[in-house]
Ligand binder design. Structure first.
Ligand SMILES: Nc1ncnc2c1ncn2[C@@H]1O[C@H](COP(=O)(O)OP(=O)(O)O)[C@@H](O)[C@H]1O
Ligand SMILES: [Mg+2]
Length: 323
């Protein structure tokens, strides 16, 4: 229902579904219907977690994919979803973007770091019940928002054990650390986990906890926009914004795409993200020779091994010297 003026009088008009569906520029950019997939209808997140709602997330390139809609739709219907893809494909980036678009507070936990269950649940900062501070997991359960568990396959067993009961959308947690207080999962508590399928050869990665796997209904596969011979102009455009001309931006991207291809084939230990390629461009834009700038950024980033560094150097030289 909207109010309009007609012949000087103020009247109410009921809009048809189509008329009310004017999309915001961001909805158009990411091809998503945020009115249909409203993740907190008639619910405002409490003041104390409002600052966790991201703002000003940099532009995200979807390539030929429709990741934003896939994720938001999965959260809307199932409350949780899993993102699978190599590191640097924008999983963390899109998690922030999704939170900004849908207005969710974001709680990011990197399971690969030495995170213990105490870091997640909370702790006393003095004597007495009033001196307890909720950790991110408890705060998320109580207030809602998006719990983002990065590299969930690296999760330590003590953390997994505490998380399992809250994976049910109507799950709850008993805070044994705090007199057995029972906290229920907010109706607006969404969960997203990420897995890196290519890290299996590295230490620390285990097959994902079966309880976790079973509860994830939707799995979104992530890939780099440009890989091998597939070059996505939008990626080159973002690289060019860092102060290099268009030709140089495409050269940088071609090197990146070839490295990504080799990483996915198991021939390189790392595939550069768009962020990594943009860092390389910043140094070239500052006047450094592309090969020297590459040495200081993606060559060193890929590996400490002289042999592997030589492989990367050859890719760079092939692309930059052939033009
Ligand atoms: N599709 C994309 N569009 C824009 N930036 C991207 C994209 N993919 C990756 N990036 C950038 O590359 C870097 C690594 O991305 P990140 O989200 O941390 O990857 P992941 O979490 O999958 O390892 C970040 O600087 C990110 O902004
Ligand atoms: Mg990440």
């Amino acid at each position: 229902m909207v109010h309009v003026r007609r012949n000087g009088a103020r009247i109410s008009v009921r809009l048809t579904r189509k008329q009310s569906a004017t999309k915001s520029p961001l909805e158009n950019l990411y091809n998503v219907d945020l009115k249909k997939y409203n993740l907190h209808r008639n619910y405002e997140f409490p003041q104390k977690v409002q600052s966790l709602i991201p703002m000003g997330t940099p532009p995200f390139i979807q390539g030929e994919h429709d990741y934003v809609t896939q994720i938001i739709r999965a959260l809307y219907h199932f409350k949780q979803c899993a993102l699978i893809g190599p590191s640097g494909t924008g999983k963390t980036h899109i998690a922030y973007l999704v939170c900004e678009l849908t207005g969710l507070p974001m709680y990011e936990i990197n399971c690969g770091l030495q995170t213990s269950s105490y870091d997640l649940i909370g702790r006393y900062i003095g004597l007495g019940k009033e001196n307890w501070i909720d950790g991110p997991l408890v705060s998320w359960l109580k207030n809602g928002g998006l719990m983002y568990l990065d590299e969930a396959n690296m999760m330590k067993q003590d953390v997994a054990t505490r998380l399992n009961p809250v994976l049910d959308t109507r799950g709850h947690m008993v805070i044994t650390e705090k007199d057995g207080e029972v906290v229920h999962r907010s109706k607006h508590g969404y969960l997203m986990i990420t897995l890196n399928p290519f890290s299996a050869e590295f230490a620390g990665t285990k097959p994902m906890n079966a309880a976790f796997r079973r509860r994830m209904t939707v799995w979104v596969n992530f890939d780099y926009a440009s890989v091998g011979d597939r070059i996505v102009p939008a990626e080159a455009k973002l690289i060019a914004k860092k102060g290099v001309d268009e030709d140089t931006a495409y050269q940088i991207l071609r090197v990146g795409a070839e490295m990504r291809r080799q990483y996915k084939a198991g021939d390189l230990p790392y595939g550069p993200s768009l962020g990594d390629l943009m860092h390389w461009a910043v140094l070239i834009g500052d006047g450094l020779d592309p090969v020297v700038a590459g040495e200081n950024t993606i060559v060193a980033l890929t590996s400490d091994s002289i042999e592997v560094q030589g492989d990367v150097r050859r890719i760079i030289e092939r692309v930059f010297k052939s033009d």
